[in-house]
Write a protein of this length. Sequence first.
Length: 275
Amino acid sequence: MSALKALLLGILQGLTEFLPVSSSGHLAILSHFFGLSGEESLTFTVLLHVATVLSTIVILWKEIVWIFKDLFARQSWRSYRDLNEGTQFAINILISMIPVAIVGFFFKDKIESVFGSGLLVVGLMLLVTASLLAFSHFAKPRQRSRISPWHAFVIGIAQAVATLPGLSRSGSTIATGLLLGNKKEKLAQFSFLMVIPPIIGEALLDVKDIAEAGFSTAMNGISAGTALIGFAAAFLTGCLACKWMINIVKKGKLIWFAVYCAIVGLLAIVLPYFL
């Protein structure tokens, strides 16, 4: 992989990780036209995801500090309702991790094999993303003041299903939360923060695999310098996209992303037959 390709993939990952358009789907499409196999780009893709997780931590550091302050504050632990908001938020994040942990533990190899299965799956999943975003835009459920543990679990299921390339993680979790009637402001924060533990966990497993196989083998010939270029590009653009997406969710302008996903999804299905 050339430095230019790594730069473009990094920029694409940073921009699309937080926007509800599926970063994995866009990376799969660009990797296809770059001539990269799913196996060749998989470890590099995980590296780019780690970069965007770091950008999430940088942008939402105040919210992270608030959670930890509430978590270690003196409070009653008799029931969930007695806990302060930050502790409830932390518990909800842990609950949301259960579905993706199950998928990662039992179906990791099957999910990874999908990344090399061509653009048909990507295109179809982008159409599903478009439908979900459109449905959440037109549905007007009563808004709740806080995300409940049950809602956190359902949103976690949406995140687990969104491991498929083309099905947007942020789009699926935010749309699901909106359909459940959660407030947009808290939902955007929750959607971006809930992805941090699973990706860090996956990255630690990858570090173990890289240590066992050796860096050059795990990266399939991608040099450290090239990987660093992609990492830096994903981190910087991720910081910009994270701020932008929070404002977009607050304003409720998700319908245009539904239109975009529908167009890109159709192109992903059709173009390989002509190119």
